[in-house]
Design a binder for this molecule. Structure first.
Ligand code: HEM
Length: 139
């Protein structure tokens, strides 16, 4: 019986396992996310999106590591500080939009998408999202 981490890793591989595919996936994710609200678009108005896309792919792996080890790496701490009130000031409720955008993108890209796959993305990413949201005003 597959556990949710396995469901997630298999899906992540299908949507972004190959380099060209990863680029398409991350590009689509940002189109969906930035298209959600003008507030979100506003945050990225001065951002170098090609760097941003590489960062996202990398940080998904950090989120997985956090979910499995429950240890926040130096890098995850840094990312959380960057989003906190002290720096980019990303309101905690925006993480809901982030997760929904990601799942919408997975639904489009993963040819084997099912409810279990969707739930695996929610379950695996939740600890990292809880960490980021809490750090918003706890630095
Ligand atoms: C758990 C969810 C998220 C992850 C894993 C994530 C990941 C990252 C990473 C790795 C960076 C680069 C940090 C660096 O410069 O070293 C970044 C930057 C950024 N993120 Fe996020 N992010 C998340 C959620 C959000 C949300 C909800 C927003 C809301 C708008 C957001 C907006 C931004 C902005 C504005 C930057 C800075 C871009 C710049 O340098 O111009 N992020 N994010």
């Amino acid at each position: 019986m597959k556990n949710y981490l396995q469901f997630f890793m298999d899906s992540l591989y299908r949507v972004s396992g190959e380099p060209g595919r990863q680029h398409e996936f991350v590009t689509r994710f940002y189109d969906v996310f930035i298209g959600k609200t003008p507030v979100i678009a506003g945050y990225f108005s001065d951002t170098d999106m090609s760097r941003q896309k590489e960062m996202l792919a990398q940080s998904l792996h950090e989120m997985v590591e956090f979910s499995t080890t429950r240890v926040a790496s130096e890098r995850l701490r840094h990312v959380a500080l960057r989003h906190s009130r002290r720096e980019r000031d990303i309101a905690p409720e925006l993480y809901e939009e982030w997760l929904e955008s990601l799942i919408e993108t997975v639904r489009e890209f993963d040819l084997e998408f099912t409810d279990e796959v969707e739930l695996s993305w929610r379950v695996v990413l939740s600890p990292g999202i809880a960490y980021m949201k809490f750090r918003y005003d706890h630095f």
